[in-house]
Design a protein around this ligand. Sequence first.
Ligand SMILES: [Zn+2]
Length: 116
Amino acid sequence: MKNLKIAICPGCAQALPIDNRGCTACGYEDNTAGRILTLEEIVKLPAGDQVHAFNDVSPAFIAAVVNAAAAPFVEALEKIVLHYPNPDITHEDYRVRACKNAEQTLADYRSAGQSR
Ligand SMILES: [Zn+2]
């Protein structure tokens, strides 16, 4: 999922370049990787991984992760909602568009999940 290809500091939730050397704002580091991993890399770590375990994770980091994960669904819902008041779209068209948008978003989500 491309929206998870971002690095966010677990300590202070600062957005970081993917090619970082730790957080420039608070000094947070992942000494094993040498940089703060992207959300996608963190999500793909094996369950129970202790090598990259984070200390002192900020609630703002958790919120950022949830928001990044929800982004494609929010985007799909916004597209669906935008079509509704359009007088040129019949209810049948609307239903088809809404289902196609939802189907595509779910398919993207599932294929990203399978690559874990
Ligand atoms: Zn930081």
